[in-house]
Design a protein around this ligand. Structure first.
Ligand SMILES: [Zn+2]
Ligand SMILES: [Zn+2]
Length: 419
C-alpha cells in the first residue's frame, strides 16, 4: 500500500507555525518570485521547488485546510474539517463533539470502555481495521472498542468522493513584453514566443485513452496510507476515488489532457499604447482539460526609451537648449517632435523674452495619440535649458562686461532677504 509522506509546509515556506495568514502570503510570494518556472526556464529543481511551495501555500493559506493540517500533520481533501475541529477541541471524547460525525462514531465506542482513551493514538496502526481480517478479530475480542475507532476514522473521511476531475478551466498566463518606443507611439505588430498548455490532440483533452486499468497509486485497493504524527491513517485513494481503477492515462499527455508547447504569438499594438499597460488576449492562456475553457493571456507592456523624447502617458517631454541671447531677447526656434520622426519636419516654438532654465513651454497636441480616447492627442512639453557660451576672445568678454554694467541687479539679492 502506498504511503504518502508527511510534508513540513511551514518549513517549506520558511514561516513559524504561529505565522499569520499575511506572513504566509508574503513568504509564498517571495519564494514564488524566485522559483517561478518563467524565471527559471528548463530548471527542474526550481520547478519541483515551485510545486512544493505552491502546495504548502494551497494548504496553509486556507483556514480550513490549515486546521486539518495542524491537527493531523497532513492534508487531504477527504478529511472532514469538522472532524479536525472536533479533534482540536480535545479529541473525540464523546459529549462535547456534539453532532459531528466523528463524535457519533466515538460515542458508539463508549460502551466498550474506550472513553478512557485520551486522544493519543501514538503507535497504533489503524491500517488493519479497514482492511478487514485483523481488525474484525480484535473487534470481537476487544468488545468493540477498536471498532469504534474505525468508525471514528471512517467518519473523518468523506466517503464516496470521486476523484474524476471533470472539466477543469485553464489557468491565465502573464508575459512581460518589451516594445520599442516608436511601435508604442504609432502602433504595430509585435511577435513573441509563449509557453502554454494546449489541448492534447491524442486524447482531445480527456486525459484518458483506451480502457480502464488498475490504479497505480493504490494498486487497486482503493485506499492509501497517510501518516498523521505517529499514526497511520487509511484514506480513500485520491487518484481513483476509492474505486481502485482509473481510466488508462493518455500516453501523450500523461493523463493531464494538456501538453506544454512553445508557441509563436503575433499581436497588434494599438497606437498610443503605454508602458505598463496590460493587454488581455481572451482564451490565449492555458488550455482547459476535459473540455474546460481556456484561460486568458495577459501581456504587460514594457516600453522602450528614446534618447531625445521621454514619454509620460500621452505627453512627450523634450529638453531644448537655447542660447543666452535667444533666452534674453526671445526667439523662434525649431524643435523636434514625434512628427519629425514620421517625416513631417520640425515644429516652430516661440521662446518668450527672458525665459529661464527649467521653464516649460507647451506644444498643444504634438504628443502621442491616445489609445483609449479616439481623436485625442497628448502635448509636447518643452523644457528650456539656457546654455552659456564659452567665450575665448577679448571682444566677447568686453561685451559681456559691458552688459553686466548695464544690468547691475544682483540675482542673489532676494535670497539674502529671505534668510
Ligand atoms: Zn487508487
Ligand atoms: Zn492526451
Amino acid at each position: 500500500m502506498a504511503t504518502t509522506q508527511n510534508k513540513d509546509y511551514y518549513g517549506t515556506l520558511g514561516v513559524k507555525k504561529t505565522a499569520t495568514s499575511d506572513e504566509i502570503r508574503k513568504a509564498f510570494r517571495k519564494l514564488a518570485r524566485k522559483y517561478h518556472p518563467d524565471v527559471n526556464p528548463g530548471d527542474k529543481k526550481s520547478e519541483e521547488k515551485f510545486k512544493e511551495i505552491s502546495e504548502a501555500n494551497d494548504v496553509l493559506s486556507e483556514e480550513k485546510k490549515r486546521k486539518v493540517y495542524d491537527q493531523f500533520g497532513f492534508y487531504s481533501d477527504n478529511i472532514d474539517p469538522a472532524a479536525a475541529e472536533a479533534a482540536a477541541r480535545g479529541g473525540y471524547g464523546g459529549e462535547s463533539s456534539g453532532g459531528s460525525r466523528a463524535g457519533r462514531g466515538r460515542s458508539g465506542a463508549g460502551q466498550g470502555g474506550a472513553q478512557e482513551v485520551p486522544f493519543d493514538f501514538s503507535g497504533f496502526d489503524f491500517s488493519g481495521f479497514q482492511g478487514g481480517g485483523k481488525g474484525s478479530a480484535q473487534q470481537e475480542g476487544g468488545g468493540g472498542g477498536f471498532g469504534g475507532f474505525r468508525d471514528v476514522f471512517t467518519g473523518m473521511f468523506n466517503g464516496g468522493r470521486q476523484a474524476a476531475k471533470g472539466p477543469q478551466p485553464g489557468s491565465d498566463l502573464e508575459y512581460q513584453v518589451s516594445v520599442d518606443f516608436w511601435t508604442l507611439v504609432r502602433g504595430g505588430v509585435t511577435r513573441l514566443e509563449i509557453t502554454r498548455q494546449e489541448t492534447c490532440k491524442t486524447c482531445k483533452g480527456r486525459g484518458a485513452q483506451g480502457g480502464v486499468v488498475e490504479c497505480p497509486e493504490c494498486h487497486g485497493s482503493g485506499q492509501v496510507q497517510q501518516m498523521g504524527g505517529r499514526m497511520k491513517f487509511n484514506i480513500q485513494c485520491p487518484k481513483c476515488g476509492g474505486s481502485g481503477k482509473i481510466q488508462n492515462p493518455c500516453p501523450t499527455c500523461d493523463g493531464e489532457g494538456v501538453v506544454t508547447r512553445k508557441e509563436p504569438l503575433e499581436f497588434r499594438i494599438k497606437p498610443g499604447t503605454r508602458d505598463g499597460q496590460r493587454i488581455r488576449l481572451a482564451g490565449k492562456g492555458n488550455a482547459g482539460s476535459d473540455g474546460g475553457a481556456a484561460g486568458d493571456l495577459y501581456l504587460i507592456i514594457k516600453g522602450g526609451s528614446h534618447p531625445v523624447f521621454t514619454r509620460t502617458g500621452d505627453d512627450i517631454h523634450v529638453t531644448v537648449p537655447v542660447t543666452i541671447s535667444e533666452a534674453a531677447l526671445g526667439s523662434k526656434i525649431d524643435v523636434p517632435t514625434i512628427n519629425t520622426h514620421f517625416g513631417e519636419g520640425r515644429t516652430q516654438l516661440k521662446i518668450p523674452p527672458g525665459v529661464q532654465t527649467g521653464q516649460k513651454l507647451r506644444l498643444r497636441e504634438k504628443g502621442v495619440p491616445s489609445a483609449s480616447r479616439e481623436g485625442v492627442r497628448g502635448d509636447q512639453i518643452v523644457e528650456v535649458k539656457v546654455v552659456v557660451p564659452k567665450v575665448q576672445d577679448e571682444r566677447s568678454k568686453e561685451i559681456l562686461r559691458e552688459l553686466a554694467k548695464l544690468n547691475p541687479e544682483d540675482p542673489r539679492a532676494g535670497m539674502f532677504a529671505e534668510v
